[in-house]
Design a protein around this ligand. Structure first.
Ligand code: KG4
Ligand code: ZN
Length: 350
């Protein structure tokens, strides 16, 4: 660990060190208050898990253990600060894989304790995704309807202020990212499938196959993506194998279009229901180029302000965890107890 007591030349504070290890990315960030991310390091385990077609929990936690300490050193070095000047420690507490969460969470608690009992915040990973569109925004966190689409979650939330979240709708079965990953696997595309489908879809015709838009007219804000996965499962045997590059691209574009249409329609209903004028979009799936394109067009047409998380903060990272910790510290939220356990099923809102 870096030992010299170096502080940034001038800083707003508090200086936050945040760790993220909920799934297969080990991530460390150092932030100066809400507005300055001084370092954001990510060590991806994608190559390690690819041969298995998904995340292997034991492999993930063992590698978090190996990667975390050097990554903390690297982040401190890049930020130009030493561990002694960190004011606040933070780590993801859930949702995620218990054995992975424990590595980052326990390390951050130990660092806070070793620093003489400095404040420690347990952060909900989904709150990181939820607030990520506001990172770098001088106006700060504002009331909005929020669509958070990740590998494990599809959430529509009415955000009224920091810590004041109402769940408007979620999925009955698969999350949007999970549907992308499972369909990609069916199509023989490498893990993780979401970015791969996005890439293939660029050359495809979104109207080539008529996949279902499940629950698009249900009138509520619930989602269901398992029927779409099943539709792909029954479509594939009807096609010439191996799939031609054109057919593969058309399948990807048509599948993606079905997911995107539902996400856009539900987000528009949510914003109407909440009476807000701002819609935010975040989580890994919000990297998707077609979702960004169609959501932007729909919002422009309906006079809705849209804030999408910057691509670097869409997928898992520790900067979004540092941002939530900074917001909590600056709003006077009590730090977490070091006795607080991680929670693989941690909920963001009810
Ligand atoms: O937020 P995230 O990094 O991790 C979770 O908290 O789950 O989201 C990962 C998910 C994966 O399912 C991945 O396939 C999906 O986001 N994803 C995408 C794209 N980039 C990542 N899905 C569709 N299009 C993309 N470009
Ligand atoms: Zn995530």
């Amino acid at each position: 660990m870096t030992r010299s007591a170096t502080a940034p030349p001038s800083y707003a504070g508090p200086l936050i060190l945040a760790l993220e290890s909920s799934c297969d990315e080990t991530a460390v960030a150092i932030a100066d208050g809400l507005d300055h991310i001084l370092a954001s390091e990510i060590s991806s385990q994608v190559e390690l898990h690819r041969p298995y077609g998904g995340v292997v929990p034991e492999l993930a936690s063992r590698n978090h253990n190996l990667n975390l300490r050097p990554l903390i050193d690297l982040a401190l070095e890049k930020a130009g600060v030493s561990i002694e000047v960190i004011d606040v420690f933070a780590a993801t507490a859930g949702p995620g894989l218990a054995s992975s969460l424990l590595i980052g969470n326990t390390t951050a608690k130990a660092l806070a304790l070793a620093a003489g009992g400095k404040p420690f915040y347990s952060i909900n990973h989904m709150e990181g995704h939820l607030l990520s569109p506001f990172m770098g925004d001088p106006e700060g966190i504002r009331p909005c309807a929020a669509l958070v689409v990740s590998g494990g979650h599809t959430l529509l939330i009415h955000l009224r202020g920091l810590g004041d979240y109402q769940l408007l709708g979620t999925t009955r079965d698969d999350a949007a990212g999970e549907a992308f990953d499972k369909v990609a696997k069916m199509l023989g595309l490498p893990y993780p499938g979401g970015p791969e489908i996005d890439r293939q879809a660029r050359a495809g015709d979104p109207a080539a196959f008529d996949f279902p838009r499940s629950m698009i007219d249900s009138g509520d804000l619930g989602f269901s993506f398992s029927g779409l996965k099943t539709a792909m499962f029954y479509q594939l045997p009807k096609l010439d194998q191996p799939l031609s590059p054109t057919c593969l691209a058309d399948l990807c574009a048509s599948f993606q279009e079905a997911v995107v249409d539902v996400l856009v329609a539900k987000a528009l209903t949510a914003i109407r229901q909440t009476g807000e004028t701002l819609l935010t979009l975040s989580g890994g799936v919000s990297c998707n180029h077609r979702l960004r394109e169609k959501m932007s067009a729909a919002c422009e047409k309906n006079g809705i302000e849209l804030k999408i998380a910057a691509p670097a903060w869409c997928t898992d990272n520790a900067a979004m965890i540092a941002y939530v910790a900074a917001a909590k510290a600056l709003h006077g939220v009590e730090p977490s107890s070091l006795d607080e356990d991680v929670n693989p099923n941690l909920r963001l809102a009810d």
